[in-house]
Ligand binder design. Structure first.
Ligand SMILES: [Zn+2]
Length: 291
């Protein structure tokens, strides 16, 4: 057992926020927290203790939506909305991840900096490239961080360098899932990029895969007005953007994270509530892209 002493802030349950001034955290040999105490129990006295004095000790952070290959684009933006931003900055950068040396160099920095800033769990979009994505999974594992990692499915309205076919995307995600079977920290997540980048057959195949293999799902929803109008054109039979995922089993049929949801309302909001779809707000991104 190891004991850490400091001012401790934590939430033992979603409803409770606790502050323990000059308190103690006891951690067992597997790194599991055994207890948080205002005074150290007699049985733990004599265990090795690290005293952080007046510092704060807080739980680490979870990033519920992050694009690992976009790390290099941090600090750009504020000059374009979502759709031109994707074509100008996002896609050319993601295409570079066909090169595994580049992927290793950039993903190493990304994982290191997550760790440095106290983010120890993340739900991550990679790219369409299986070899680069395996490197990312390996880096997370070596760093001792946890992640859900998604190989991105995209088979329309994207540059040729970033298109994958439905069968290919399906097989690659299944392979990633199999390769992480024994890994306790890092797992695969089904990741259609967003409706405009995926045909009905890809969405359908991803929905079936998620349900067959009990995999979680992540994607984007109602981020920007032009995007929503485009989805309405592409999927005229869907009653709302969220319904375009729901029709294919990608909207809460397994645990689902939907990023942004800036303009979600009415029927879409009700559907999310009913299906327990989780909203992941990304205010910095929305501000930078004028969403
Ligand atoms: Zn995103």
């Amino acid at each position: 057992m190891r004991i850490y002493k400091a001012n401790i802030l934590f939430t033992p349950s979603p409803e409770q926020f606790q502050v323990v001034e000059y308190g103690y955290i006891a951690v067992d040999a597997d790194g599991i927290i055994e207890g948080v105490y205002a005074t150290l129990p007699t049985r733990l006295q004599g265990e090795p203790l690290t005293d952080f004095g007046d510092s704060l000790l807080i739980p680490a952070m979870n990033d519920m939506h992050v694009h690992a290959p976009q790390y290099r684009n941090m600090g750009l933006a504020m000059d374009m909305e979502l759709l031109p931003w994707l074509n100008t900055y996002t896609f050319p950068e993601e295409a570079k991840y066909s090169n595994t040396e580049y992927a290793e160099r950039m993903y190493s920095r990304f994982v290191h900096d997550l760790w440095l800033h106290g983010t120890i769990r993340a739900s991550v979009f990679a790219t369409i490239h299986p070899a680069a994505t395996q490197i990312l999974a390996q880096l997370f594992t070596e760093a001792g961080l946890g992640a859900l990692i998604g190989l991105v499915g995209m088979n329309r309205n994207c540059p040729d360098t970033l298109l994958n076919r439905t069968e290919e995307a399906l097989r690659d995600t299944e392979d990633l899932c199999d390769s992480l079977q024994e890994n306790k920290q890092v797992k695969a997540i089904v990741t259609p990029r967003f409706v405009p980048a995926c045909t009905a057959d890809m969405l359908q195949a991803f929905g079936e895969l998620a349900q067959r293999c009990h995999l979680p799902v992540q994607s984007h929803l109602s981020e920007n007005r032009s995007e929503i109008a485009w989805v309405r054109e592409l999927e005229p039979e869907s009653t709302c953007y969220g319904d375009a995922y729901n029709r294919y089993g990608l909207f809460g049929q397994t645990p689902t994270l939907m990023a942004h949801c800036c303009y979600t309302e009415g029927e879409e909001l009700e559907l999310m509530q009913r299906n327990h779809v989780m909203v992941v707000h990304c205010p910095t991104s929305n501000c930078n892209l004028g969403s």
